[in-house]
Design a binder for this molecule. Structure first.
Ligand SMILES: CC(C)(COP(=O)(O)OP(=O)(O)OC[C@H]1O[C@@H](n2cnc3c(N)ncnc32)[C@H](O)[C@@H]1OP(=O)(O)O)[C@@H](O)C(=O)NCCC(=O)NCCS
Length: 315
């Protein structure tokens, strides 16, 4: 039976019972995230600045689109940007225009603030007619190959302690600087640490210089490769080499033959690998969600078409 939208209401659920119903619906649509939704209900997790817009039909949640508000550094200033997340229609209500109806509503909210918006999806068709455009994330790949050994200790971290998280936080906040860098506030760092610790596919390495950390890398194990999602090394090439060798050793240990690199456009590692004769190719043979952006009405937004969104900040 088609949905009569004039009998429906879009609102943000606020009381515990409504939230429980919404998370129940989301767990049905995204079964792999069930544990996360249970943790949220129990208060163990939050979803950063996640604001749901839920379509109710006779008090039943029949669809949802959420906005996650971020700030990122671009052209020397901080820009607010609206992420689209948790786009979900339960199977029995699909194909009736629920997602389209909710997206139109949410885009009015976003346009009223003249904000750019972004999303990751495996279904770009759902968003193409709404003004979203694909932005290539420039992920490259290379074969696993270690460089000459260097005598620099690297510490592997399969779990982030509070202290390790503080170290990464410091390096990220004080040292890294590039267009598209996300402002990670305290609430975000909590989410970041929890998400990394809940995943058995995420690992970090610290490169040590005495008792100081001179660089870190974050990688994700995938079916046939490792994905390098974050890499910081002080200008010194020994740190680069030590971390790169660790990435290759970690990949080889798990029987992976490829390293994919999802790094900012101007990252120094691109140059470092070139100098060391490691050929980089356009990534192939892996299915990733695509990244889409939608320009706001009134501002110059050439930067958006160049935006790379760190996969460790994927939402
Ligand atoms: C994707 C999803 C939200 C679509 O919800 P829906 O309410 O059935 O979508 P609508 O009926 O409003 O369709 C909106 C548009 O998307 C298109 N569309 C919907 N599902 C699609 C699919 N699986 N593949 C391609 N296009 C699709 C429709 O044709 C329609 O386009 P049109 O207006 O140009 O005809 C729903 O199938 C779902 O919850 N899927 C599982 C979760 C998911 O993948 N979420 C998206 C993550 S980004």
């Amino acid at each position: 039976m088609p949905i009569d939208f004039s009998n429906c209401e879009i609102r943000t659920p606020e009381n515990p019972l409504e939230l429980q119903h919404l998370y129940g619906m989301l767990a049905e649509v995204f079964p792999t995230e069930k544990k996360l939704f249970e943790d949220i209900i129990s208060g163990a997790h939050t979803l950063y600045s996640w604001k749901p817009y839920t379509l109710y039909y006779a008090d039943e949640p029949v669809g949802n689109v959420s906005i996650v508000m971020f700030q990122l550094q671009t052209e020397g200033r901080l820009q607010k940007i609206a992420g689209i997340a948790s786009v979900a229609t339960p199977e029995r209500y699909r194909g009736m225009g629920v997602a389209r109806h909710l997206m139109n509503h949410v885009l009015k909210v976003i346009d009223a603030q003249n904000l750019p918006s972004i999303l990751f999806t495996s279904l770009p068709r759902v968003y193409a007619g709404l003004g979203y455009q694909l932005v290539d994330q420039g992920v490259k790949q290379t074969a696993v190959r270690q460089l000459g050994q260097v005598n620099v200790p690297v510490q592997r971290l399969t779990h982030l302690t509070g202290e390790a998280l503080d170290t990464i936080k410091k390096l990220y906040s004080e040292t890294l600087s590039y267009d598209g860098k996300l402002l990670r506030d305290e609430k975000y760092w909590r989410l970041y640490g929890n998400a990394a610790n809940n995943s058995d596919k995420t690992e970090f390495a610290f490169c040590m210089s005495g008792d100081k950390v001179s660089g870190y890398a974050r990688l994700e194990y995938e079916s046939d490769r490792v994905l390098l999602e974050e890499f910081y090394a002080s200008a010194e090439s020994l740190t680069n080499t030590a971390l790169w060798n660790w990435i290759c050793a970690a990949a080889a240990e798990k029987g992976k033959h490829l390293v994919s690199l999802a790094l900012p456009r101007k990252h120094s590692l691109w140059n470092f690998l070139q100098i060391n004769d490691l050929p980089l190719m356009q990534e192939a043979g892996v299915e990733r969600e695509v990244f889409m952006v939608r320009m706001p009405q009134k501002e110059s937004t050439a930067w958006l078409a160049e935006l790379r969104w760190a996969l460790s900040d994927k939402f």
